[in-house]
Design a binder for this molecule. Sequence first.
Ligand code: ANZ
Ligand code: ZN
Length: 827
Amino acid sequence: MEDYNFSEIEAKWQRYWKEKGTFHTNRVDGKPKYYCLVMFPYPSGELHVGHGRNYILGDALMRWKRKLGFNVMFPIGWDAFGLPAENAALEHNTSPREWTRHNIQRMREQIEAWGVGFDWEREVSTCDPDYYRWTQLIFLWMHEKGLAYRKEASVNWCPKCSTVLANEQVVGGACERCDSEVELKRLEQWFFRITDYAEELLRDAEVLEGWPERVRTMQANWIGRSEGVDIHFKLDDGKTIPCFTTRQDTIFGATYAVISPDHPEIESIVKGRPEEARALEFVKEYAGTTSQRGLEDTEKEGVPTGRYLINPVNDERIPLWIANYVVGEYGTGAIMAVPAHDQRDFEFARKYDLPIRMVISPDGRMKDAAGLEEAYVGAGIMVNSARFDGLENEEGKRKVADWMEETGIGERCVRYKLRDWLISRQRYWGTPIPIIYCDKCGTVPVPEADLPVLLPELEEWKPSGESPLKTLGAFVETTCPACGGAARRETDTMDTFVDSTWYYLRYLDPADGERPWQPADASYWVPVDMYIGGIEHAILHLLYSRFVARVFADLGYLDTREPFANLFTQGMICKNGLKMSKSKGNAVPADDLIERFGTDTVRLYTLFVGPPEKDVEWIDRSVEGCSRFISRLWRAVALVSGFEATGGDPAAGGLSEDELALLRKSHWAIKKVREDIEKRFHFNTAISAVMELVNEMYRLIPEKGSDDLPESTKKVLRFAAESAVQMVSPMTPHVCEEMWQMMGHGTTLLETPLPEHDETFLKTEMVNVVVQVNGKLRGNVSMPAGAGQEAAEKAAAADESIAKWFEGKTVRKVIYVKDKLLNFVIS
Ligand code: ANZ
Ligand code: ZN
């Protein structure tokens, strides 16, 4: 019996796959397609077993789908531009380009060592001019459609990274990457008009059945739709200051109003007032600070303007304040404050001693705000609200809105929290924005034929706050494509999230020099059937990709608007309770483990460690358990492969209880693995099922020598071994191919369809089979359901009360109706 020499076996099969081009995408007519996509990695260098989860899950699924006969595409590439490359290059005293190139090479080797069957012919790298020229073209499309525009904006500025951050990259006022406190800066910046698609992105997110509920909710909250009314409040001089509210039912409780320090009318509002100086002081301090999300917890500060707004429902004069808790870029940048029913207003009113008036009563009787400890935000009955008194507040909302629209006081409107996407970065290592500025012609897009705008080599590219490309005269100075005069290039680069919005389309044909992708290819392969990646991309990357896909569809380059039909967000692999990462010092490198136990073992453990959507703890010594399982399976297969390939239906022979039990277990495992993988994506429980099956096999495997095993046992063992190898092969592909070969098969497992289970063997109950002799009832035998004819005959013969009818006679014919009837024709 051969030993399980994993390093030889793994090298052999990896070589085989490479030579045969096994994982090149196949596209055979008449077969269904399956586009299996893993989120492409950032080339950070060393991979640890936590990274492996993503690829190994994808690989197992890809192999599974191949066995099911799909045309499968399973590509890989590199999200290669971006900040970390610059930072790491600084640290290691090299260039971002060199650092990235080196890491890609290293990671490619590691991924191959895992036996992951990517189609390397489709590899893309976003920092490659053959890639980013198309990113630039996409920018031009956006520009042409009016979806890319430039405006001066207060931007989140990270002083440490020296770059602008998108709102999404600011967490609690700090830089997502380095935790430094984010400052605000005013710069001319490029934006993508994602807000044009807010409504559609939200509506469609609600029906994305193949996506986890959690991710859909995160997207919906990010887009943040609110229905309300814009109310035309008038200043005491007659000028209109519209206020957006979602609680028009509380309008009689508005005891003051607030505008944001970013409100454009502020200067004119306070002009010539005694409050002017203090107000402008306040604006200076807080202008631009209101745009970030997550402001709920900051201390509320404000100053009075000395002016009043007239409440249109009762002509009451309410004082107008400026406060830091009103966001300039949301709604109208001004609000009516109802401290009794809004917690922010409540805190502000308490702090500055402003009146609080209850207008929604929990029970209809309580009408006084004096006892309120906090804002009452629940439902209730309208009170202190003139002719609306007594209405349920939800109905009140409708009635008040109707009445406002009739009288022209206000109109219903829908608002979104989503802001346009700021894509400019003042960094070197990114896709240059293909724009030229000409004094005569203004902003001129680079003609498509002149793409790519190459990212030049730079000696000095370290972040300074200015775009490093500005320092390179040869890059900046150019001629205007429109008038031929002297002009300057845009020196900002694009947010790397632009690069990653469309990479799944470039995989369709990365060598295409004509266009980013062929629409016909896209209509075959897109949407992606399964997209596997981390939950950290639940908002940004996925939302941006969904947005950009819609733009492509509107341009006629894509015939689906939703790029990813199914999304699977895998959980993290943790070590000592923390997310595994090199910087935390708890990363388990894959190489050592692969050397000790082999790739198949590492893969098996990665999939076995827990439900793939959950965070799980990596336990080194449990890897050994997986290694033992593979050895056990190997020994069983080695034994079985010595048996004649008997063929035929193992159930046909008369089977003993134990044999039948193993046959049943085999069918049970086939069914269980298929369901676990196809319905639940639970490779871990699928593996458990195969482990159970192998344990069951060992009940029939004698400790020494198998020569005198009955033929029926051999048949059943063989069936079990083949089933086990088949079902576990997507997880441990190398050793399984080897075992498959050992068992005498001439084709590889990847080309071998999955076995189907036979439902009759899954019935575990006993049945009573009626036994007749020459048509006359002679008794019953109790048998496990699904038993074959031989087993039934044996059972009948073993029953004395039946056996006596055969004495001295010859059986001429047997009629068997499975699980029901056995009739012997004798003479
Ligand atoms: C009066 C009121 C009474 C409000 C009440 C709430 C409760 P969403 O859209 O769900 O975030 N608001 C409007 N514009 C704002 C801005 N630019 N900055 C900060 N707050 C703003 O909530 C909309 C509500 O948030 C609006 O309804 C407004 O306060 C406030 F009992 O108006 B409400
Ligand atoms: Zn010009």
